[in-house]
Design a protein around this ligand. Structure first.
Ligand SMILES: NC(=O)c1ccc[n+]([C@@H]2O[C@H](COP(=O)([O-])OP(=O)(O)OC[C@H]3O[C@@H](n4cnc5c(N)ncnc54)[C@H](OP(=O)(O)O)[C@@H]3O)[C@@H](O)[C@H]2O)c1
Length: 338
């Protein structure tokens, strides 16, 4: 690849696309030219990049002519339609949608876990995992390497912005309307009012009454960690938090591991910050983890219900799902491509 690259962002006006532009700037990614793409509705708007206004173009196949790297931040349908067009024109695409994640010839990558998979991308497409999967696996992986992974039991507490700009705006709107004593009315994109509430459904219902979001943790986790038999039980909940997903994770290991050993492993793990000081009421919270790239881990303790009492741990983690769960992870993959 050349020293400086033409980088297109498909979905440059959304929550993830906007963050990608910021990440490219912050990480000093060698951009020769930025090509922000979105729907026809946004064509002609501008985005700010490195102190300049750059005009948003309608995402059409020809818009990818001359592009080296595409960062995909649109929905599944746009990704399926447009990224093969970009790839056919020679661009390498790093996509955030679900469209290609489980395809055998598309690597699914968290750079802290399986960077070696990036090299093999025969379709010129590399997939970014689901945001809750990234936030959960970044701290789970180093523990798995120390003690072997048998089973994961996960509950997620996912921010409104996980549903994109419409989700963010809806939680803002509901909070404002309720504070003024009004009725919330239509709650789209959520099925119910989210402010002052929790919604135990993210995605559609699939087999055995699990949601699509819950199955991603299992299916994507198996692919990323190369553990096809991994057992995962996941419950995903939407919570009235603007930004940063939180997760309660119980890990059953092959071998014993103590909370102190886990803290030691995690204190050296890439992408992780241990915040675990119950005596001083210090633990990860979404307000503290927003707008930065580390996954904070705390509340590390033995699972007292484990059969042998020593081979399972429970912990709590929070991470900014727009950054590490999406934009930063994609830019990290692009950095590996360089
Ligand atoms: N939000 C998260 O926390 C998160 C985390 C991980 C992965 N993801 C995934 O990342 C992707 C983007 O999510 P998001 O949250 O950023 O959504 P979003 O805020 O709703 O943004 C969607 C983007 O897609 C563009 N778009 C819509 N229709 C289009 C079309 N026909 N052609 C071209 N562009 C079109 C939109 O452009 P307009 O402004 O012109 O409509 C906008 O830029 C999704 O696949 C999502 O599942 C999201």
């Amino acid at each position: 690849m050349a020293d400086k690259l033409v980088v297109a962002i498909l979905g440059a006006t959304g929550v993830v696309g906007t963050q990608m532009i910021q990440c490219l700037e912050e990480r000093d990614f060698p951009v020769e030219r930025l090509v922000p793409l979105a729907s026809a509705r946004s064509a002609g708007k501008t985005v700010r990049f490195n102190g300049e206004d750059v005009t948003v173009l309608e995402a059409t196949p020809d818009a990818f002519d001359g592009v080296d790297i595409v960062l995909g931040a649109a929905g599944d349908a746009q990704a399926k339609e447009l990224l093969p067009e970009a790839a056919a024109r020679g661009a390498v695409c790093v996509d955030n949608s679900h469209a290609f994640r489980l395809d055998a010839d598309v690597p699914l990558v968290i750079p802290e876990i399986n960077p070696e998979d990036i090299a093999n991308h025969p379709r010129n497409i590399i997939a970014n995992p689901n945001c809750a999967t990234i936030i959960g696996l970044v701290p789970t992986w180093p523990l798995a390497q120390r003690a072997g992974l048998k089973r994961l039991i996960v509950s997620t507490y996912q921010a409104a912005s996980g549903a994109g700009m419409p989700g963010l705006r809806e939680l803002e709107r509901e909070s404002r309307v309720l504070a003024e004593g009004g009725e919330v009315g239509d709650t789209a994109p959520f099925a119910y009012q989210l402010a002052f509430n929790l919604i135990p459904q993210i995605g559609g219902f699939k087999e055995e009454a699990y949601t699509s979001e819950e199955l991603k943790m299992q299916n994507e986790g198996r692919k990323i960690m190369h553990m096809p038999e991994l057992r995962v039980n996941c419950t995903c909940v939407r919570v009235p938090v603007m930004r940063s997903h939180s997760e309660s994770i119980t890990v059953e290991f092959e071998r014993p591991i103590t909370p102190d050993e886990a803290r030691e492993v995690l204190s050296k793990a890439p992408g992780v910050k241990v915040v675990d000081d119950p005596a001083n009421l210090r633990y990860p919270m979404p307000l503290d983890t927003s707008d930065q790239d580390l996954v904070y881990v705390g509340r590390i303790r033995r699972d007292l219900s484990a059969p042998d009492g020593v081979s399972a741990l429970t912990f709590w983690c929070c991470g900014d799902q727009i950054r590490k769960g999406a934009a930063t992870n994609a830019v990290q993959i692009a950095e590996h491509l360089l």
